[in-house]
Design a protein around this ligand. Structure first.
Ligand SMILES: Nc1ncnc2c1ncn2[C@@H]1O[C@H](COP(=O)(O)OP(=O)(O)OP(=O)(O)O)[C@@H](O)[C@H]1O
Ligand SMILES: [Mg+2]
Length: 251
């Protein structure tokens, strides 16, 4: 009985999430059942991005021995929050694989898996190889240089990449990847698809927030940033292929 339950949890991440006391929303179920290696989530605040990331991270570490999983966020506080969820779930399950080292920002298991949570500075993240899964939480606020520094870690390992965020302006790698031609499996989850956010609460927010902030935080909308003088659209339209540059590019 126990063995068949373990096998079910190993094979089905929805069952695994349920064992953690969660009742996954429809989009969360789809995500948990996905085997895509490139996943990008554009979601409302509080929709459960970090929770799902923590579930997927822990599942990978427990059931795929020897996995190195890197979790990145723009700031240490966000990395810590994400890692706190992972550790909480691990403890809730009664540490099904024994820990080799359980630290403030990393967990090493006896099966050789490691979950390492890193703050968003480029210096600290170089030097990891063999990454099985790279997770970027709050990706819209992750510096472009950080993304460009971590991406090669997947080159040799052929590891998977997941980015999740609420939008933040029409620039940066999250906007670029979301709107680009890359082969991502895309999830768009506005607050209306989150059963834990009530209509009354949303109406209150709509009434009180500047409209562009409301659209950004709850409706998956990439808005112009506040300090942007010209809109991204205007800049795009001002660029022409027909005009010769005044000075040729050097290099
Ligand atoms: N399927 C679910 N069942 C029950 N609770 C859930 C579920 N998904 C998320 N939650 C809860 O919703 C809350 C918000 O989740 P989470 O922090 O993962 O959202 P988020 O999208 O990362 O939010 P933020 O935008 O603030 O970072 C948490 O209390 C979490 O436990
Ligand atoms: Mg979050």
């Amino acid at each position: 009985m126990q063995l068949s339950h373990d096998l079910e949890l190993a094979l089905d991440r929805v069952a695994f999430a349920e064992a953690l006391g969660l009742d996954p929303d429809p989009w969360q179920r789809e995500l948990l059942r996905s085997s895509s290696e490139r996943i990008i989530l554009n979601c409302s605040r509080q929709s459960g991005k970090s929770t799902m990331t923590a579930v997927i991270t822990l599942h990978r570490a427990l059931y795929h021995p020897g996995s190195l999983i890197l979790c990145l966020a723009p700031a240490l506080r966000q990395s810590q929050e994400l890692f706190g969820k992972v550790l909480g779930f691990y403890r809730d399950l009664g540490r099904p694989v024994s820990p080799q080292a359980e630290r403030k920002l990393s967990l090493e298991l006896e099966n050789g898996s490691r979950i390492v949570t890193l703050p968003g500075t480029e210096k600290t993240i170089r030097g990891f190889s063999g990454t099985a899964l790279l997770v970027l939480d709050e990706a819209a606020r992750v510096a472009d240089e950080l993304y460009f520094a971590v991406k090669p870690m997947l080159a040799v390992s052929g590891g998977a990449l997941m980015m999740m965020s609420t939008p933040y302006g029409k620039c940066g790698v999250f906007f670029g990847e979301w709107t680009g031609a890359g082969g991502w499996e895309r999830y768009e989850v506005p607050a209306s698809q989150c059963p834990r956010i009530s209509e009354e609460f949303l109406e209150e927010e709509r009434a009180n927030l500047p409209p562009f902030i409301f659209r950004q935080e709850y409706m998956c909308s990439f808005e112009e940033t506040e300090d942007q003088v010209f809109s991204a659209d205007l800049v795009d339209r001002a660029v022409s292929e027909d005009v010769e540059p005044l000075f040729a590019a050097v290099g």
